[in-house]
Unconditional design. Structure first.
Length: 605
């Protein structure tokens, strides 16, 4: 029945106007008329219309607009209480019910206002209403003459609709529409409540969103300016201070390994194939593996490679065991899935020619960058971690030597008591500790090492959650550096504040930009939000392209960056939120290892 009424309505209102319609008082219509009102509820005219219909004991259909429903929910409830049928005609006055998102918002508004949803939706907007196109009773009824049933579509926004309704009820019979509403489900009620609150408190929402976006935009612009300025300056200063002399100290390479059977052979072989001219010993610490990791290393029979077996003590315990076993004073630490290039060790130790440098960060790169998830992580490493290190190297406050590739003086490690297990980000904790002990930390981008990134969303989330949570732990542990002097104070007032601004605040605020776009486009009617979001995205993409150039990478993966900002950024936002909540609650999070596939080692073989 409802579909038939709608179909007839579209056909009837499309009929041409009759020529010279007879006076309204002489119009006759043998069928049954259905009344439909669009555009309401209207606080001034809908109550008057309802009173008229109630006096004549007539039921009609009200096609409501979602924004008006939110503004005047009491009128919606009155319409239903009076026995009228309710449909929806889009969320906004200029909305289109054929748009699924617009329709969903309108249904949510109805659910919040009256606890119902409707099966009845409005007619397309290109069909003119009876009271707008044919402001004459004879013309309106003449357009439906000859049919057994008809519908007159009137706008619920003025006296014309009331006048025409009154005259129609004097000359034609009006039938009652069939009920079209069903109880709304919980998700629709919740969505409706949120939408209604945001609409009713639109000024407050815009102020909050505007403030958050302003802070996010300033942080994003500041970071971009720092990247453009300091990263370039760091490269220039590095070239100007280039010392052609090289050092070749004896090196002990320590590899903590827990169930790294799929990667450990490729890792050890890549170290053994190094081109460093001095003695290089390799200490693989098997930290209670159950997959035969230690056996695989021993079966290689490579000279200078030693295996230490111990019960599981965690990564810090494995590193400390390797440091204690190592013979040399320059220690290279790397993960059990890292692949070194032949010159990685030789490049990594060069900054140690400066006696004030206690640690050196290498350039960790994603080996398995195939597929969308791999490309996103590749972009994150280049445009995030590695570019950050160039900025912070110029400021002399690098907070993290990555576990994948780093070199330390034994003396610096002795000064801080070895690798601490106080946090899950033992690399950040160790690096900040070394800096607070008076040592400088350098970044050597030419010391490249390839690591395997998670291949599933679940694995990625677990890894980033551990990193984020551990970073917050390290920041809190070393908060005292904010008040210290010298190298420690530089770390506190530059390094820790950098982490706070760009690893906590910016990830929390950046998704607000996406929320503002949705709110502006579908609730607040602010199309400029899309422009602001596009400019922000363009700025971020340009920054990522610059980072790729600095890192000597091709720009081809840059096509995936806009999509990364829409999807990947939301995942990282959830990571930061969960990490922050966990840290504030003081919950102790256990070490979460990432499942390895060995794909990176195979690709680099």
């Amino acid at each position: 029945m409802l579909f038939g009424v709608l179909s007839f309505h579209a056909h009837a209102t499309a009929l041409p106007e009759p020529v010279d319609p007879p006076p309204a008082t002489h119009v006759a219509f043998s069928g049954v008329l259905t009344l439909a009102y669009h555009g309401g509820p209207n606080p001034k005219w809908t109550p008057r219309l309802l009173e008229l219909l109630k006096q004549r004991d007539v039921k009609a259909t009200f096609f409501l607009v979602g924004t008006n429903v939110t503004r005047h929910p009491e009128l919606v409830r009155r319409i239903l209480a009076d026995g009228h049928a309710v449909g929806i005609d889009g969320f906004r006055q200029e909305g289109d019910w054929r748009d699924p998102l617009d329709l969903a918002y309108a249904q949510a508004a109805l659910a919040e206002a009256a606890g119902v949803r409707t099966r009845l939706v409005g007619a397309p907007k290109e069909i003119d209403s009876g009271d707008r196109r044919l402001q004459d009773l004879g013309a309106i009824v003449g357009g439906i003459r000859g049919h057994e049933a008809g519908m007159v579509r009137l706008h619920d926004d003025g006296s014309i609709a009331i006048d025409i309704t009154r005259e129609l009820l004097d000359v034609v019979a009006v039938g009652a529409p069939q009920p079209a509403t069903l109880p709304a489900d919980a998700p629709q009620r919740i969505t409706g409540a949120v939408t209604a609150w945001s609409q009713r408190n639109g000024d407050l929402v815009l102020v909050v969103l505007g403030t958050a976006i302003g802070i996010a935009a300033l942080l994003g612009l500041l970071r971009t300016l720092m990247q453009l300025g300091l990263a370039h300056t760091d490269r220039r200063l590095r070239r100007e201070a280039a010392d052609e002399t090289t050092i070749t100290p004896a090196v002990s390479v320590i590899v903590p390994a827990f169930n790294e059977a799929v990667n450990i052979v490729a890792t050890v072989r890549s170290i053994a194939a190094n081109e460093h001219l001095a003695d290089v010993e390799v200490v693989v610490v098997d930290d209670g593996s159950t997959d035969g990791t230690a056996d695989l290393v021993e079966q290689l029979g490579l000279p200078g490679v030693h295996v230490v077996r111990q019960a599981n003590r965690g990564k810090p315990g494995a590193l400390n065991a390797g440091i204690e076993r190592a013979r040399h004073d320059v220690l290279v630490l790397l993960d059990g899935d890292t692949i070194f290039e032949p010159d990685t060790i030789a490049q990594l130790v060069q900054p140690l020619k400066d006696p004030g440098v206690g640690a050196v960060s290498g350039n960790a790169k994603v080996g398995n960058r195939q597929g969308l998830l791999g490309r996103w992580q590749h972009l994150e490493y280049c445009a995030g971690s590695n570019l950050d290190r160039q900025i912070l190297h110029a400021l002399r406050c690098i907070p993290t030597v990555p576990g994948a590739v780093g070199a330390f003086r034994r003396e610096a490690l002795r000064d801080v008591g070895g690798v601490s297990s106080d946090t899950l980000a033992e690399d950040t904790d160790l690096t900040i500790s070394v800096t607070r002990a008076g040592w400088r930390v350098a970044y050597q981008p030419s010391a490249r090492a390839w690591t395997e990134a998670p291949v599933t969303v679940r694995g990625l989330y677990r890894q980033r959650y551990r990193w984020s949570y551990g970073t917050f732990q390290a920041m809190w542990k070393h908060r005292g550096a904010l008040l210290e002097r010298g190298q420690a104070g530089r770390m506190g007032r530059f390094g820790l504040i950098y982490l706070l601004a760009f690893h906590l605040l910016l990830p929390l605020l950046a998704p607000v930009m996406d929320l503002y776009v949705v709110y502006g486009a579908f609730v607040a009617d602010a199309p400029a939000a899309v422009i602001v979001w596009a400019v922000f995205l363009l700025l971020q993409t340009a920054s990522a392209g610059y980072a790729l150039r600095l890192d000597g990478e091709p720009l081809r993966p840059l096509w995936a960056y806009p999509l990364q900002q829409v999807v990947y950024r939301q995942l990282m936002y959830l990571v930061v939120i969960q990490s922050l909540v966990t840290a504030l609650h003081g919950t102790q999070l256990r070490w979460q290892s990432v499942q390895r596939t060995g794909i990176s080692a195979k690709l680099l073989a």
